[in-house]
Design a protein around this ligand. Structure first.
Ligand code: ADP
Ligand code: MG
Ligand code: MG
Length: 936
């Protein structure tokens, strides 16, 4: 018989789990265990595994049979450690029931505190603690949380306030009519608390028709079920999509003995970070409330105080926290975000996790931790989420404009950067308003229901709440520009008016916030590039005057040390190329020549070419285009200064270049001197039912050889020109949309011939290559034949995704969001490579190409080249480089370095395994020898 599976893991005196077990115990459970192991004061408890969550959903909300007995045993163990008992009439044990997934999903799922209270145990708690008000305060909190989370009493669309809050509000008005109910919770005395408890029970009965369950075991059952159910609540689902967390991970449930921060002024609760999560500065950062339970700090009912003030209120606890800061950082070797409670002067740790941080802070912390000797540079590179690196490039306010503006008020700088936009007071409206321009979501406080609006908004401003408020949390995680707790901001939601001091704003008016300093301004302040861009691109700031640039540069230096993948850029103009090189690009992976046709007079020559009736007139028009192209290529080659440039021949269908409305057609007729009827006819001829699959790519050059000829001539003449100036040039001519080897063979023939002619005429040697884009599935399958004519492949993953999935990028908007919601696709395949499908096509293409030409150069030039997971994939299939837009180059460099380091780590692990295997083999060999010799 197999041993029954282990569904519960204890922490406390006996600790079963540790930090490595996040998949099974969730992040919270694993780290509670780890903290217990290293001797930090953690109230004892146990974790029900994520496996049970999966079981729960796979089995129609039932539990594995063994669970009940294991829970009972674990509860007994906690009871024994504390000398208290669940439901005891003398010294009752109370529990918290807490969710906790593998990755923390702050505030997304539910928590229940003070479980175990009923009319009898509350009396016992009052007597035992000698604090009646405290006991009844716990009871009322429990009823409120249990009623909300387990019994589902929540506000209806017709209510403005949570039902329990409404009862409190009314009650406060009754007991303090002179203040119209404007009193603190702490002003409610024990007797009144009892009355409130009665009203809560009545509310529960009225709303559900059921009595609140008094049996602690039944309460525990209900709470466990509610936590598992909360895995599928709306906001958790939205959150998981945003962060690509699969539903099958499930949540764990942590059941932990309560400690109490609400017993009086020598108690309290708080949240702290071992470094400032917005700026990265190494200080103990956070906030607390005295005489409060944890959820008060986050809920925004009372405004918490900065943790530094704990020094005055409870100096001993403050000193202990400083020690904890040190212990946590040296043990976890990362910035920690932790929750604590102080019960009558004794500190307890309730949670720790790697703290979410802004991109700016991520870079600073990684670099400084290396300097402090806490981590090595390889770890630092892996610590900064590549996606977040974009944030350090985000605009700031133009400093002159900001100085000239009047500061209306100041809040907490929770998400660095500058944001200006129209005020919107409601998350739903923000989603709509954001379609027509930048929006600032301005609210008293935000809650998980506001998530969609927050995602849509450019920046967030709140009047209440500190660094652990929901707004600050979201800002850190999403890189939103955010100022929170600006208490001078007053909001009238009904009239849709914001008042800050004397100034009044209507919804739709402009406001500006500086998330780096916390300052709020009226109107729209002009923005400027980030410091890093000022150093690298504008050259208006000296490198040594910018700390954030220095940190960034250090990180990039480390990336360069680790990276195996080359990083190129997609750029069509010398300006873009220069930017990309400043960011560290090593060449061009894609120049789209058609982008050069739209400016000024060129488009006329282009149109003349397209409308030409015969070869003669087409060649005449092409002659006009040639000098433009040549000049463009020369400019790019000069800027590249010896770096390679992949230049793609004309790709889009010709109809994209011709005018479709009558006005413009008449205009063109005049300009090129032909009849409007002829233009109309030609435009009609060019019409295609499905242009994406029509006459485009190399199909153009194969029908009109003269187009390829002209483009090749422009490329090689430009190269000769630039080379004559003593600048090295390496053109790589790329033929698009090849599916049949012959298509490329013909094009290569033309290119090679023109190249030879130009080189002969100009008497120079040009080191060039001819290759192709691999962007339709057939090309992957016959890549071995294509490689006979191609010196390089560049995967055009935009079209490869469209053709591979049979899905048009421009039309996918109507169903793709739905597909993501339903998890039919795990991510948007146009943003991140669909590795299973399109990725497999790429692998086939690589393998086939290398069969014919082992040293074939391999790259990617689709939009995916700047997306971290895709960059890592490209590394793993052995591409030589990725190419992305200039401003994504830093992100791609970081992702590429991470890919190399991950691979190294995996290979290291692999090696160790190999050694083990080899040893085992040897041992086995010995054994056989022995037995052989025995036989002898
Ligand atoms: P979340 O994941 O939303 O942060 P938690 O499970 O951390 O939810 O619980 C929220 C708060 O409840 C904690 O910050 C803490 O202050 C309080 N809390 C949780 N467990 C306990 C406990 N055992 N004793 C006292 N307070 C607790
Ligand atoms: Mg928490
Ligand atoms: Mg294409």
């Amino acid at each position: 018989m197999s041993k029954s599976p282990k569904y519960t893991y204890e922490f406390g005196k006996n600790t079963d789990g540790d930090a490595t077990m996040r998949d099974l115990l969730g992040g919270k459970g694993a780290n509670l265990a780890e903290m217990a192991r290293i001797g930090l004061p953690v109230p004892p408890g146990f974790t029900i595994t994520t496996e049970v969550c999966r079981y729960y959903y796979d089995n129609d909300h039932n539990y594995p049979q063994e669970l009940d007995a294991q829970v009972k045993k674990a509860v007994k163990s906690v009871e024994k450690q504390l000398g208290k008992k669940l439901g005891d009439k003398k010294n009752p044990l109370l529990f918290s029931v807490r969710s906790g997934a593998r990755d923390s999903m702050p505030g997304m799922m539910d928590t229940i505190l003070n479980l175990g209270l009923n009319d009898e145990t509350v009396e016992a708690l009052a007597k035992f603690s000698n604090n009646e008000r405290f006991a009844w305060d716990c009871y009322r909190r429990f009823l409120q949380m249990y009623g909300d989370v387990v019994m589902g009493i929540q506000k209806t669309p017709f209510e403005d306030e949570e039902p329990f809050e409404m009862v409190i509000h009314e009650f406060k008005k009754e007991i303090s009519p002179e203040t119209n109910g404007e009193i603190e919770d702490s002003d409610i005395c024990a007797e009144d608390m009892k009355e409130l408890v009665g009203r809560f029970k009545k509310l529960i009965k009225d709303r559900t028709g059921k009595n609140f369950p008094t049996d602690p075991w039944e309460q525990l059952q209900g709470s466990i079920g509610a936590v598992f159910s909360s895995w599928m609540n709306d906001r958790a689902i939205v959150y998981r999509h945003k962060y690509n967390i699969p539903a099958k991970w499930g949540t764990a449930v942590n059941i932990q003995a309560m400690v109490f921060g609400n017993t009086g002024d020598d108690s309290g609760s708080g949240v702290a970070f071992t470094r400032d999560p917005a700026s990265g500065e190494k200080i103990l950062y956070g906030e607390f409330l005295t005489d409060a339970q944890g959820e008060d700090v986050v809920a925004g009912v009372r405004t918490p105080r900065p943790v530094i003030e704990l020094k005055d209120v409870l100096p001993k606890s403050h000193a202990e926290l400083i020690d904890v800061q040190e212990v946590l950082e040296t043990h976890f070797r990362d910035m920690q975000d932790f929750e604590f409670t102080i019960e009558e002067g004794t500190l307890y740790m309730l949670q720790t996790r790697n703290g979410k941080r802004t991109g700016l802070a991520a870079v600073r912390i990684a670099v400084e931790m290396v300097e402090e000797g806490l981590i090595d540079w390889q770890t630092a590179v892996q610590r900064v989420p590549a996606e977040q690196l974009d944030q350090v490039l985000a605009p700031i306010f133009n400093s002159d404009a900001e100085k000239a503006a009047e500061v209306l008020c100041k809040g907490l700088p929770a998400g660095p950067g500058a944001a200006a936009g129209r005020i919107c007071l409601n998350a739903e409206r923000a989603v709509d308003m954001a379609k027509h321009g930048d929006v600032l979501l301005v609210r008293l406080e935000t809650s998980p229901e506001d998530l969609r609006g927050m995602i849509a908004a450019k920046g967030i401003l709140t009047a209440r709440g500190g660094v652990s408020s929901h707004a600050a949390l979201v800002a850190r995680q999403m890189g939103k520009i955010c100022v929170c707790g600006a208490d001078e901001v007053q909001i009238d939601y009904d009239k849709r008016i914001v008042t800050i001091g004397e100034a009044k704003f209507k919804e739709g008016d402009h406001l500006s916030i500086n998330g780096t300093t916390g300052q709020v301004y009226g109107g729209e302040i002009e923005t400027a590039p980030s410091e890093i861009l000022q150093v690298l691109i504008d050259k208006s700031l000296d490198a040594k005057d910018s700390k954030s640039y220095e940190n960034y540069a250090k990180l990039m230096e480390w990336c360069a040390q680790a990276t195996k993948l080359g990083i190129r850029t997609n750029a069509d103009s010398p300006g873009q190329v220069a930017n990309a090189i400043a960011f560290g690009a090593q060449g061009i992976g894609l120049t789209r020549t058609e982008h050069m046709f739209f400016e000024g007079k060129r488009i006329d020559a282009m149109r003349e070419m397209i409308l030409a009736e015969d070869l003669e007139s087409r060649k005449k028009a092409l002659k006009k285009i040639l000098p433009y192209q040549r000049r463009d290529f020369a400019g790019i080659f000069e800027t590249l200064d010896g770096l390679p440039a992949t230049i793609r021949l004309l790709d889009p269908p010709l109809h994209e270049f011709v005018p479709h409305d009558q006005e413009a057609q008449r205009d063109l007729a005049k300009k090129i001197g032909c009849r409007i009827a002829d233009i109309k006819r030609r435009v009609d001829e060019l019409h295609e039912f499905n242009p994406m699959l029509g006459h485009r790519g190399c199909r153009l050059g194969n029908v009109y050889h003269e187009i390829t000829e002209m483009q090749a001539q422009a490329i090689f003449e430009a190269a000769a020109q630039v080379k004559a100036k003593g600048i090295d040039v390496h053109p790589e001519v790329m033929v698009p949309l090849v599916g049949f080897p012959k298509e490329l063979e013909i094009q290569k023939g033309i290119i090679d011939r023109v190249a030879a002619e130009v080189m002969k005429k100009k008497k120079v040697e040009i080191d060039y290559m001819v290759g192709t884009m691999i962007e339709i599935p057939r090309a992957c399958l016959v890549a071995d034949e294509i490689a006979e004519h191609a010196e390089f492949f560049s995967f055009g993953t935009n079209d490869l995704t469209q053709t591979g999935l049979g899905m048009s990028r421009d039309d996918a908007g109507s169903f793709l969001p739905f597909y993501q919601d339903e998890e039919i696709v795990s991510a948007n395949p146009f943003a991140a490579i669909d590795q299973r499908g399109v990725g497999q096509l790429m692998e086939i293409g690589v393998a086939n190409g290398q069969k014919t030409r082992p040293d074939i150069k391999l790259g990617i030039c689709g939009e995916h080249g700047g997306e971290p997971s895709s960059v890592k994939f490209c590394h793993s299939i052995g591409l030589n480089y990725v190419s992305c837009s200039p401003f994504r180059v830093p992100v791609a460099r970081l992702a590429a370095a991470q890919a190399a380091l991950e691979e190294e780590a995996a290979a290291g692990g692999g090696k160790a395994k190999d050694v083990k295997k080899a040893k085992a083999k040897k041992a086995k060999a010995k054994d056989t020898k022995k037995s052989k010799s025995k036989k002898k």
